[in-house]
Design a protein around this ligand. Structure first.
Ligand SMILES: Cc1ncc(COP(=O)(O)O)c(C=O)c1O
Length: 456
């Protein structure tokens, strides 16, 4: 039955949108996207927008790629569905083999899921059971970073470091602890001029947390190569190398949560390869299929898998749609496309021009910091560039939610204005993008940020 609320539409009557203040659509229409082509999306009125967020950090190959749609159709015609619970199908076998070959070091076992949070859940459960199987049953706790987002299922949400996202669902799982992230722009004063020293300091907070909780109780550290929430924090030089040393010293698994950073976002197949570290597990999803079908994968090292492969042991975990044949076929076609069009090379060739184009915005008084890597950038906006003073909660609400999000979209740029940490605008375009797209982004951002400053 339709609601009688004024301004309601079919969209708000029945569709409960994710992370959405539904009441904001009581009087305004729901932006409705119906078509995509390359780096652009089109709404139901035919208006065009530059998709500067790849949907949700997902559409690596761009929109409207017929070959990915055809790969899905072919697989659905041949075998639409079969589980990988004690059985296999060729697409899952071939994709696991391919991911193992692409992943760094001895990451050779692929456990499929349907998304990022499920991959994170998988990794935590692998870590807990691994230590039970190897004589350290007390190791179950997880260390993660402040403001980091790892998903919304209750385990992944427990690892997430964004208190406002968690409050409504407390109590969540115990045994998760936060350490500082790598936001160099907001580094403690005594480290503000030395990125390497800051990185070492931040990594050593992980050691401190492990020692505080007791090494016999900690099973894993979950870190993104470039942390998304808070606005794209790259790792300082040497950070991950020090984290690896700490994990080795205290026998704690290093889980690289690459739900966003894998599959070319940073110009390498996996984020760990960009920063030259070896995780024990990589968690992925999103870009694996460029979003043409849902799929996630946790990729696990031979060393961690080893006790699971013996005798009567089983990893009692799985998902009906994990390793779905259609999704695996799409992922294989997507990886073919990556190779044929050299998407990784495109990102590596363009990452400096992309950064330089965004850095032009530094001449605006509201732009405090431009940071990121590859095709993954955050632009932090501030009230005072010299002091780095940020906005009050009220101003943030007025500028970010009240003005920027809508003004950017109205101006033809789909991106993210985010206030999970300090206010940032995030851009993460499809990996096919080039200078013309960077210029378009910069021009729209310049115009809208100029207007936002005038509002203050
Ligand atoms: C680092 C990270 N982990 C996990 C997730 C959760 O992924 P999903 O929404 O597919 O469950 C996300 C989603 O953006 C993410 O960025």
């Amino acid at each position: 039955m339709s609601s009688a609320v004024s301004g309601s539409s079919k969209a708000t009557d029945h569709l409960w949108m994710h992370f959405t203040r539904m009441s904001s659509y009581d009087t305004a229409p729901v932006p409705t996207i119906e078509r995509g082509e390359g780096a652009y999306i089109f709404d139901t009125n035919g208006k065009r927008y530059l998709d500067a967020l790849s949907g949700l950090f997902t559409v690596q190959a761009g929109h409207g790629r017929v070959e990915l749609a055809e790969a899905a159709a072919e697989q659905a015609k041949k075998l639409a569905y079969f589980p990988i619970w004690s059985y296999a199908h060729p697409a899952a076998i071939e994709l696991a083999d391919r991911l193992a070959a692409l992943a760094p070091g001895d990451l050779n076992k692929v456990f499929f899921s349907t998304g990022g949070a499920e991959s994170v859940e998988t990794a935590w459960k692998v870590a807990k059971q691994f230590y039970k199987l190897t004589g350290k049953p007390g190791k179950h706790k997880v260390i993660s970073r402040a403001i980091a987002y790892h998903g919304t299922t209750q385990g992944a949400l427990s690892i997430t470091g964004i208190p406002p996202f968690k409050e409504a669902f407390e109590p969540l799982m115990g045994g998760t602890f936060r350490v500082p992230n790598t936001n160099f722009y907001r580094a403690p004063e005594h480290l503000a001029d030395d990125e390497k020293a800051f990185g070492l300091w931040a990594a050593n907070r992980i050691e401190e947390a492990i020692l505080h909780e007791g090494p016999d109780t900690v099973c894993a550290v979950f870190l993104e190569p470039v942390q998304n929430a808070g606005g794209c924090f790259p790792p300082p030089p040497g950070y991950f190398q020090r984290v690896r040393e700490i994990c080795d010293e205290y026998d704690v698994l290093l889980v690289s949560d690459e739900t966003i950073c894998a599959y070319g976002r940073l110009g390498t197949m996996f984020g760990a390869q960009k920063f030259d570290y070896q995780p024990d597990i990589i968690t992925t999803a999103k870009g694996l299929t460029s979003g043409y079908s849902p799929l996630g994968a946790a990729i696990i090292s031979d060393r961690i898998y080893e006790p699971f492969g013996k005798g009567n042991t089983m990893f009692g975990h799985g998902y009906t749609f994990g390793g779905h044949p259609v999704s695996c076929a799409v992922a294989l076609a997507n990886l073919d496309l990556f190779e044929r069009e050299d998407l990784l090379g495109n990102v590596l060739r363009n990452e400096n021009p992309f950064r330089q184009t965004l850095e032009k915005l530094y001449d605006l008084p509201i732009v405090g910091n431009v940071r990121g890597d590859g095709y993954f950038y955050g632009i932090e906006i501030v009230k005072d560039k010299a002091t780095k003073e940020t906005f009050s909660a009220d101003e943030s609400e007025r500028v970010l939610r009240g003005f920027l999000s809508k003004a950017l979209f109205d101006a033809g740029l789909y991106c993210r204005a985010d206030d999970r940490g300090d206010p940032v605008i995030q851009v993460a375009p499809p990996l096919i993008c080039d200078q013309s797209h960077f210029d378009e982004m910069e021009q729209i951002l310049r115009d809208v940020l100029t207007r936002a400053w005038q509002l203050l």
